[in-house]
Design a binder for this molecule. Structure first.
Ligand code: ZN
Length: 310
């Protein structure tokens, strides 16, 4: 049994924010290798129009492939009902609808107000509830720009809480908090997680999506751990960021995150040497893109014993 769930988002968040397009075969090799390293959840793409994000145009094919890997939860992002229909048709196990707490960001990102996004949420819930239980994907509302916005600046925690409640009332299985812009600090993470949990219920919030834009990514993970968060999104090599939030670059690095957790005695189920080797697939497929991470550069400490090995 693992202590922490690492949700790899590189094939979605990473790839959507770089100019290079990764060929389908390389995506398959990446996903297969990372699953073989012990990663049990991967966000493999996004069902958005191909003209908006040509990098993710093959998401249905990627989902079909990823579904063939045993014990892997295949997650996707959906911006609206149409995306959710495509995700269901492809057989994704988990859908995340991003709802920007900053309405300015929401209008720019998906051209919809909060009220329109909540309508969309209810429509998706109706679709999912019409499916037989064994084919019904899990549905998460992702509260993006929850810690601050490059367009609006300060984002009110009251607004985050209110939208979290609204998403749960609309029928989401859970909500997640996203630091889309890399504005979060550890104290803010603790405060906001506590507030959302007390308003929505502890079961309603288990995951954090953090970026390392200002170097506080792992400090924010520590803050999340202290208040009981058990799922963290991260990207192999810290690839990418948010193309709609100027200045935001790079999710927290999966390799460094796994190293920190395992060194602390928290089991992720991930084999670090195997995980580090997956970078070679990215380097070969994306020769022009920069990869980040300290652990891959420094190597594992002499005598290092991961928690997962116990
Ligand atoms: Zn992100």
């Amino acid at each position: 049994m693992n202590d922490i769930l690492i949700s790899e988002v590189g094939p979605r968040d990473g790839l959507q924010s770089i100019a290079s397009i990764m060929p389908l075969e390389a995506k398959k090799a990446w996903i297969a290798a990372q699953a073989a390293a012990g990663v049990t959840e991967i966000e493999v793409g996004s069902f958005v129009p191909a003209k908006l994000l040509p990098q993710l145009a093959d998401t249905a094919d990627v989902v079909a492939f990823a579904r063939s890997i045993p014990n892997l939860t295949v997650a996707v992002l959906v911006p609206n009902l149409k995306g959710a229909e495509a995700a269901v048709a492809a057989g994704a196990h988990k859908l995340t609808l991003p709802l920007s707490v900053s309405e300015t960001h929401s209008l720019k990102n998906v051209r919809r107000t909060h009220a329109q996004m909540l309508d969309e949420t209810r429509a998706i819930v109706a679709l999912l509830r019409s499916l037989p239980a064994e084919r019904r994907p899990k549905f998460e509302g992702g509260l993006s720009t929850a810690f601050g916005c490059t367009l609006e600046g300060h984002v009110s925690p009251d607004k985050v809480v209110a939208l979290g409640v609204a998403l749960m009332e609309a029928g989401c299985d859970e909500v997640g908090l996203s630091d889309t812009t890399g504005y979060a600090n550890p104290q803010q993470v603790k405060d906001l997680v506590r507030r959302v949990r007390s308003a929505c219920g502890a079961h309603a919030l288990s995951g954090l999506h953090l970026h390392n834009t200002r170097g506080l990514g792992l400090a924010n993970v520590m803050a999340g751990l202290e208040v009981g968060i058990t799922t963290f999104d991260s990207s192999l090599g810290g690839l990418g960021g948010c193309p709609f939030a100027p200045g935001a670059s790079g999710n927290i690095v999966t390799e460094d995150l796994v190293f920190m957790l395992e060194a602390m005695g928290l089991r992720t189920g991930i084999d670090l040497p195997k995980l580090l080797a997956v970078r070679d697939i990215l380097k070969a497929a994306l020769p022009r893109e920069e990869l980040y991470g300290f652990t891959p550069e420094a190597g594992l400490p002499l005598g290092f014993v991961p928690a997962t090995a116990h």
